[in-house]
Design a protein around this ligand. Structure first.
Ligand SMILES: [Zn+2]
Length: 296
């Protein structure tokens, strides 16, 4: 049963939105090449505005990791997210898997997205999330050098073929100081030893029965760890085009329960009290006596 009053467990819940369009999804990468993005129907603005409405109705604040390509196409959307009091962060520019790039290519991709968001908002951008959670160790010093102070790109699980890894990050430690002044905030998993079952969003959120999902979130929060959730705007859009010629596993990941997702997401937002990752990290730093944390 959904309570009308948001639950306030001792641990904290952070909400994150990866702002990209349906055709940027890694599930469709094999059939929708970057060269044809311009020809695809742009649906991200409407879907993201709907997410903003859902959050606004519950006074929830979130971190929006915006793809640079989307920010250039929809500058008014970036301004709307900022005006609503949310945190803006970078999802890179071209949605390339980090471990498929040269370090120099990664650097220019991320820098382009960061500059675009900073030019649009006049605010410094602190956070980065790798496309498809494809982070890798060499990328971290580059992010710090570019002025980021946190990354949120690890799903500490063995259950997915595309996810990247960072040493020292596991399901039992959602916030990790990776380097002096630089943090990793990983996506929530239900602990299974040091590994985890993804419990932070995506196809898992759409597939697992909602009451079971809710129970898992409460288990994480009651363990004293913060909960970190993510969603893409295209996941609340069952009207997105069907794409022929993709593998059945990718079609399943892209489309499973899209028609239920908006209602389910709105219920989750109503149930807990949410904050952006910048607030979660700053609070974590205060709790751990690290005064260097808050840059802004
Ligand atoms: Zn993405």
């Amino acid at each position: 049963m959904t309570s009308m009053v948001a639950e306030r467990p001792t641990a904290e819940a952070a909400l994150t939105i990866d702002v990209e369009d349906w055709f940027h999804s890694a599930n469709l990468k094999g059939v929708i090449a970057r060269g044809v993005w311009e020809e695809c129907e742009l649906r991200v603005e409407r879907n993201t505005m709907r997410i903003l409405e859902i959050l606004d109705a519950c006074h929830a604040r979130a971190t929006f990791f915006v793809l640079g390509w989307v920010a250039e196409k929809c500058p008014q959307l970036v301004r709307a997210i900022d005006a609503a009091g949310h945190e803006l962060a970078s999802h890179g520019y071209g949605h390339e898997l980090v471990y498929s790039l040269l370090p120099s290519e990664f650097r220019s991709d991320v820098l382009r997205s960061k500059r675009c968001l900073e030019d649009l908002t006049g605010k410094s951008i602190r956070g980065y999330r790798a496309p498809c959670f494809s982070i890798t160790e060499w990328a971290i010093p580059i992010l710090q050098d570019l002025g980021f102070d946190y990354d949120s790109s690890v799903v500490p699980t063995v259950a997915h073929d595309r996810y990247g890894r960072l040493p020292g990050v596991h399901a039992g430690k959602p916030v990790v100081l990776l380097r002096d002044g630089f943090y990793e905030v990983s996506i929530s998993c239900i602990r299974l030893g040091r590994r985890g079952i993804p419990w932070g969003g995506g196809g898992y959120f759409r597939l697992i029965p909602y009451p079971v999902w809710l129970q898992g979130v409460r288990t994480i929060l009651h363990s004293g760890n913060p909960y970190i959730f993510y969603i893409h705007p295209w996941e609340i859009d069952p009207g997105q085009p069907h794409v022929a010629g993709i593998k059945s596993i990718d079609a399943f990941r892209q489309r499973v329960n899209l028609h239920r997702c908006e209602k389910r997401f709105a219920a989750l937002v109503r149930t807990f009290r949410w904050m952006p990752l910048c607030d979660l990290i700053d609070g974590w730093c205060v709790g751990h006596g690290n005064a260097r944390c808050s840059l802004n």
